[in-house]
Each structure stands twice: as C-alpha cells, then as structure tokens.
Design a protein around this ligand. Structure first.
Ligand code: PHE
Length: 343
C-alpha cells in the first residue's frame, strides 16, 4: 500500500491536462467512486490496526494533494480556454473592401472638369421628359424618324405632348435657354435612353455630356477651337481632330468630330479599323429656329452645341472593347479602374 501511495503521488505531480475534459477524466481516475485513491480507502479497512494511524495520515495527505492538484489544473484549463475565445486586440484588423469609382463616372467627371476649366456651368434636367423639350423645341420635323417608337421609350403615348424617356440631354439645353439670357455656357451631363438592341456597340441606357455656348458673334471657329482644346485635354496634347459634315435637326451646319487614334497615333490599328481616326461627338451651330423657339433673338445671338457619349469616350480612352462591360458590374473589370484618378 505504501508503494501505491507513493506511485500515485508521483503520477499526480507529473499530471498534465490541456482541457477541462482531461481534468475531469483525471479526477474520475483518482478520486471518482471507482478511482484509484477511493480504492485505497476501501483497502484501508483491512489494514492491521497498528498500521492504521500511519496509513490513515498518508492516505489523507494523498487525497488532499490530489484534490489540490485537480483544482489547480482545472483553473489553468479554464483560463486558457477563455483566452482562446476572446479576441486579440493587438491583431491587425480585417481590411475593409472599399469600392472604387465606376469608369463611366470617372470619364463623366473628367469631361465636366475640362469644360469647367473653360468656364462652363453644369445644368441638369429630368430623365422623364416631354416631347416638346426632347424633339419639338429642337426643330425635329413632326415625322422625323427619331420620334419613331424604334428609338424612343414612350411613357404616355397618344397625348399631344407625350411623356418619354429623354433620348439625349439636348432637352436640358432647351430648358436652360428658356430660363437664361445669353451669354450661356453650360454642359448637360446625364443618363439617356434609346430603344436599341443591346450589343457590344449599343445599349438602351447610356450617358451623355452635351454642351451649349450662346453669345454675340459666336462662330464655327469658336466651336472648332473648343472641341480641339477638349480633345487635347482628354486624349493627350498631340491629339488632332477632323470634322466631317453631318446632319442634326437642331444645328446648321452640323459636323461629326473624329480624334486621331490615341493607340496607333494615326498609323492605323484595329481599334480605329485602320483609318487612324475615332469618332467622338456630334456638334454644330445652333439652328436659329431653336434659339427662337426658346425666346432667344437669333439676329443678335448665335451659338454652338455639341454632344458626346460618355461610354464611348471611356471606351476610347481605356480601350474597352464591349459596351456591356459597363453594366455588368464584373469586379474583374471594375477593379481595373480602382487606381484611376480623373484629371
Ligand atoms: N443630341 C445629339 C445626339 O444625341 C448630339 C448633338 C448635340 C449633336 C448637339 C449636335 C449638337 O446624338
């Protein structure tokens, strides 16, 4: 019995437990109903009377030692498990996934910033417009094909002045001319809608920035200069422009503007389809009928207007080959622009 007491004493002093479960197992092993120490107390009954005193003392010491040891191990296991659960405040935090600006927003802001430097104000207007501000005041003849259901989303057709989703932000120019007297220098950024099949080159929703400049003696040379300066700010200082005659009901004369291809610098590549030129906008001198319709004296004042698609400008600037990328919110695409800062 003496040896057994010593053996258990030695085991107790070497006992190691990681978890509370292991401590409980040790308690059962030594002090449980069928535990090793409990068994020694049973054996104690058959110890010779003259030895009882000595063994009784030894057994009590052993039991106390076992209880103390188990208590100590239990406390240690509890502290380490709470430490594992609680947070380490010295750890670096989880990085927040910050969003970034959409390429269309970046391009739109860049266009606005350039024209702001030239002294243009920003004007905005409603996306749901009436026929008068989108077509009639802009000199669209009653049967002009652009009024056709093909291009325009009507909100309330059949009315003499139906409501529709604006197909261009020229409607904001009309509203500005109605409110202001020249000199007028505004740009009108905004979302526009056309009933077109969605493809790599067309979408039913896109963004425009249109511009209007009205004062005394404004000439086509002023228009050309404004567009050239804009193109150089947007696409680089060595950018060239060329103007091709075109037609818009609200401008006369009208032109379409190309910039020299910023990828091959005019040599010809697959972006410019070998021509060396990329179309960027439509423009022209405001038709006197348009000025008069909005109460501006066309004998005293003249002006120019221009309009461009923001998606198109962004496509040319960053070589985006499919318009649909702008609307799909694929993070791989959007992240390409996360470090872009507009000029
Ligand atoms: N409003 C025209 C369009 O949406 C663009 C334009 C604006 C053309 C001003 C000439 C002058 O296509």
């Amino acid at each position: 019995m003496k040896e057994q007491i010593e053996k258990i004493m030695a085991e107790l002093s070497e006992l190691k437990c990681q978890t509370e479960k292991e401590v409980e197992e040790a308690r059962v092993r030594f002090l449980g109903k069928k535990g090793e120490i409990t068994a020694l107390f049973d054996e104690f009954r058959s110890v010779a009377p003259d030895m009882k005193r000595e063994f009784g003392q030894r057994l009590n010491v052993l039991k106390k030692e076992a209880q103390a040891r188990i208590e100590a191990l239990k406390a240690a296991a509890q502290t380490s498990s709470t430490a594992a659960q609680s947070e380490d405040v010295t750890m670096p935090g989880d990085p927040l996934d910050l969003g970034s600006r959409h390429p269309v927003s970046i391009a739109r802001q860049e266009i606005i910033n350039i024209f702001r430097k030239f002294g243009y104000d920003v004007a905005e207007g409603p996306e749901i417009e009436d026929d008068y501000h989108v077509f009639e005041a802009l000199n669209f003849p009653p049967n002009h094909p652009a009024r056709d259901m093909q291009d325009t989303f009507f909100v309330s057709a059949g009315h003499p002045n139906p409501l529709l989703l604006r197909t261009h932000t020229s409607s904001v120019q009309v509203r500005t001319m109605e409110k202001m007297t020249p000199p007028i220098r505004v740009i009108c950024p905004g979302r526009v809608f056309r009933n077109e099949a969605i493809s790599a080159r067309a979408h039913c929703i896109f963004h425009q920035v249109e511009g209007l400049y009205i004062d005394e003696n404004v000439t086509f040379a002023d228009l050309k200069q404004a567009i050239l300066l804009f193109a150089r700010e947007m696409f680089g200082a060595d950018t060239q422009i060329r103007m091709r005659p075109s037609y818009f009901p609200f401008t006369e004369p009208s032109a379409e503007v190309d910039v020299s291809c910023n990828i091959c610098h005019g040599k010809g590549c697959n972006i410019c389809k070998g021509t060396g030129w990329l179309e960027i906008l439509g423009c022209g001198m405001v038709d006197p009928n348009v000025l008069e319709a909005s109460g501006i004296d066309s004998k005293k004042y003249s002006g120019f207007a221009f309009g461009m698609g923001v998606e198109r400008i962004a496509m040319l600037k960053w070589q985006v080959n499919d318009l649909r990328h702008y609307f799909e919110n694929d993070l791989r695409f959007l992240r390409e622009f996360s470090t872009c800062v507009e000029v």
